[in-house]
Write a protein that binds this ligand. Structure first.
Ligand code: GZL
Length: 353
């Protein structure tokens, strides 16, 4: 069930996926390097951990000055921050793009200024990928694939630990747990899909994995696809609104932990049970400490890890560039999945985010 990439929390040892590399034509050697960092916002625990990783990495004693600008999940704020970095003449620009589209012109301005750019976390969709040095982050399609493969395993064999997906509460699991007794129809698996910010790479690819799976399974259907914008408050609002009209859901596929927490509160309000022996099986992305605790406690079934500790790997790319070493165009960080059987309280307490 768990797709193992052994995660090393203090340093992400990156997998260089795309072969082509770039070489710095003129390595510089300065006492202080100024890093202009345009951050998405502070919408989630994941984002806070990601920002903290950058702050702890790019310190003055290591020869850096980090200028981090919080865009509050607004791309216009990011574009303004990048243009300010150009005017300030920073040495490097790092962008965690809120959405994929809309970056061509500002990245062309950055290239004209001669400042190297690294795209971190999510990706940008541009006509010329040479506009940036490297994209380092998660393989979001693999994250979604790990989630739907787990769900397929549960719906084929059932997992007593989490109640029988697709069976109403109290029924005895059978080998064909999604087969109605005495009928030739398989149980319909109704999925409430809670999506992140529309157009963000994490949303696009986690969504693609689920939509492909729903397409492939005749008895899987969307109860609804609703956007929670990666925040707990928005998720609570939209899930509460949805549940006021329909409570017939078997699975919650939530594209980040903070939205999951909001959805759990909404289900509590609506009297809908989840977790072990409950009506709804919860799948969540990020695997923050709080989500892992809910998983160990039996409320969340599957946590798909999304590694926010990207600072060391970004610094490694910058260091390679400064030293004239080759750099991979696309770098993925290692991630895995967790169910209750994979977790201990000691492991959760040891997590740094
Ligand atoms: C994923 C990152 C997403 C997280 C959310 O790399 O872009 O944005 O999954 C965060 O928690 O808001």
């Amino acid at each position: 069930m768990r797709r193992f990439f052994s995660l090393i929390l203090s340093t992400a040892i990156a997998f260089n996926i795309a072969g082509c590399t770039v070489q710095n034509a003129d390595p510089q050697d300065k006492d202080l390097y100024v890093i202009g960092f345009s951050q998405v916002g502070s919408e989630s625990d994941w984002r806070i951990a990601n920002s903290q990783s950058m702050i702890e990495t790019f310190t003055e004693d290591k020869g850096y000055e980090l200028r981090m600008v919080n865009a509050r999940q607004n791309q216009d704020n990011q574009l303004a921050a990048v243009r300010t970095f150009i005017l300030e003449g920073v040495d490097f620009i790092v962008i965690a793009p809120v959405v994929e589209e809309g970056w061509d012109s500002v990245l062309a301005e950055v290239r004209a200024s001669g400042i190297p750019v690294i795209i971190m976390d999510r990706s940008v969709s541009v006509s010329d990928n040479s506009l940036y040095l490297s994209n380092i982050g998660s393989d979001f399609l693999n994250q979604g694939t790990m989630a739907v493969e787990w769900l397929e395993e549960q719906t084929e064999t059932g997992d007593p630990g989490q109640g029988e997906i697709g069976l109403t509460e109290g029924e005895t699991p059978t080998e064909e747990v999604i087969e109605d007794e005495g009928s030739d129809e398989t149980d319909t698996l109704r999925i409430l899909h809670l999506q992140g910010t529309y157009g963000a790479t994490a949303q696009l690819l986690r969504t693609q994995a689920l939509e492909d799976a729903v397409e492939a399974h005749d008895n899987w259907e969307f109860a609804a696809q609703i956007c929670g914008d990666y925040t707990e408050a928005k998720a609570y609002e939209v899930v509460s609104e949805y549940l006021s009209g329909d409570t017939d859901i078997d699975v919650l596929y939530s594209e980040n932990d903070n939205m999951t927490f909001g959805a759990m509160r909404a289900m509590d309000d609506a009297g809908i049970t989840y977790g072990e022996g409950g009506q709804v099986t919860i799948i969540t992305f990020d695997a923050t400490r709080e989500a892992l605790q809910y998983c160990l406690d039996g409320d969340i079934a599957l946590c798909v890890e999304c590694n926010p500790i990207l600072g060391p790997a970004v610094e490694e790319l910058i260091s390679d560039y400064r030293n004239g070493n080759s750099i991979s165009r696309q770098v993925y960080v290692p991630e895995t999945t967790y169910t209750a059987s994979d977790l201990t309280q000691e492991f959760i307490d040891s997590r740094i985010y």
